[in-house]
Design a protein around this ligand. Structure first.
Ligand code: GLC
Length: 416
């Protein structure tokens, strides 16, 4: 479904740019190859695809090395929604050259990506944490609806696991991202916000709030899943590991991002195609309990060290255009950052959860404390996910971990 927009430059033909986008195992690679080929056909600019790391944490480390070396090897970087404060000084500002495209984008994302008045990266797709469930298994066990609360999720997951294990000993109730990396920060934030436990660092006041009883209760609940409804190995799972369990039919529920929808509805790579339900992540308990989806997503940044900046800008203009975003949503279920795409009849028909969860995608997701932490966000998140991983693994009580997060993050943010 990829079509190039009208009006791309053709006077840069013969130039070559190197871009870091998906990791090599991503199911998006065939789509990306096709998109890059169409870009080359249209503009004459050739694209060298450099594989990126799977883990956002590893990827940031690699990018930091490239920037420190003032590397001219990479012209365009795919950057995470939590990184604008970290990458700003290495980015070509986009507001003047790509202002028209920026005007179509969700204003909150443009604001997120604007540092000291400069748009450092163009929104490409947005992410929100979702709950995937097996429609066939819910029906088989008499659950009329997917779980609305974590308590219900626990009951349903346990009942399905108990019932299915006779025929399939490896079946588990629930998988998520429990490894010690950025993905666990997203899961943990969802657990604590859904229990009224705050957002780690308060976005308004800048105060570190993570050490509170509701966050601790949320961490304890997550700990109780490991080895019961979730496999012990979930403490090493990232998104691809969770998806692998899901597409082989080995789990009843999965927490993952929208891309998992297209991946699991593809019969060539999934045994659960046609049995995939998607809904909001469950609500917790306690004062202020709510549904909570972490805000994720990726943006395109042109490197200040690029020696082909015009060609790189043209590439960003193409990849983040309404045309390509619609195609990415239809073919790969990556949620667009342009509001009108959600009302497109084709999108509504092929991925109905985008319409039913429109509020989540259009501003309802919960941001990690990246804006308030600026270029220290990487360290903040690292303390959080390491402590939380220790809780899940059973090596640290939740209350102790929360106290440690609190003091670590306070000293990181105060520059000690
Ligand atoms: C997804 C999100 C990104 C997040 C990452 C964590 O790629 O889009 O924002 O940091 O997952 O694993």
């Amino acid at each position: 479904t990829i079509t190039a927009q009208a009006g791309l430059r053709t006077d840069l033909g013969g130039q070559r740019i190197s871009v870091v986008t998906a990791d090599p195992t991503s199911p998006d690679n065939p789509w990306l190859d096709r998109a890059f080929a169409i870009f080359t056909e249209t503009t004459g600019i050739t694209v060298n695809k450099i594989p990126g790391e799977t883990s956002a944490t590893d990827r940031l480390q690699n990018y930091r090395q490239q920037f420190a070396a003032q590397s001219t090897d990479i012209d365009v970087y795919q950057v995470d929604v939590i990184w604008p404060g970290i990458v700003a000084e290495f980015a070509v500002p986009l507001q003047d050259t790509l202002g028209d495209l920026a005007a179509l984008q969700f204003p909150a994302l443009v604001q997120n990506n604007t540092i000291d008045g400069n748009l450092v990266a163009m929104p490409w797709y947005t992410d929100a944490g979702l709950l995937y469930y097996r429609t066939d298994l819910l029906e088989k066990y008499g659950f009329a609806n997917p779980p609305a609360t974590w308590d219900e999720l626990q009951q349903q997951a346990q009942a399905i696991q108990d019932g299915e294990r006779a025929g399939r000993p490896d079946l588990v109730g629930f998988v998520f991202q429990g490894n010690a990396y950025e993905g666990l920060t997203c899961n943990g934030l969802e657990w604590q916000v859904s229990h009224g436990g705050g957002t780690i660092v308060d976005a308004e006041s800048g105060e570190v709030t993570v050490n509170n009883p509701q966050a601790i209760a949320a961490f304890e609940r997550a700990r109780s899943w490991v080895g019961t409804i979730a496999p012990q190995a979930v403490t090493t799972y990232d998104e691809p590991a969770s998806l692998a369990s899901w597409v082989t039919g080995a789990t009843a529920f999965m927490r993952n991002w929208p891309y998992a929808f297209a991946a699991s509805q593809d019969p060539a790579n999934s045994t659960v195609a046609g049995m995939v339900g998607v809904t909001s992540l469950p609500m917790g308990t306690g004062e202020g309990a709510r549904n909570a989806a972490a805000l994720g997503g990726w943006n395109m940044m042109v490197s200040r060290f690029s020696q082909a900046q015009d060609a790189a800008l043209e590439f960003v203009k193409f990849m983040c255009s309404p045309e390509l975003q619609k195609s990415f949503m239809l073919d790969r279920s990556h949620s667009a950052t342009i509001a009108t795409t959600y009302d497109d009849p084709q999108v509504i028909e092929q991925a109905p959860f985008f319409a039913s969860l429109k509020d989540v995608f259009q501003g309802g997701a919960v941001a990690r404390p990246s804006s308030v932490s600026g270029d220290l966000y990487g360290e903040v998140s690292s303390s959080y996910f390491q402590q939380l991983n220790a809780v899940l693994s059973g090596s640290r009580p939740a209350a102790e971990a929360a106290a440690q997060m609190q003091s670590d993050i306070e000293s990181i943010l105060s520059g000690d």
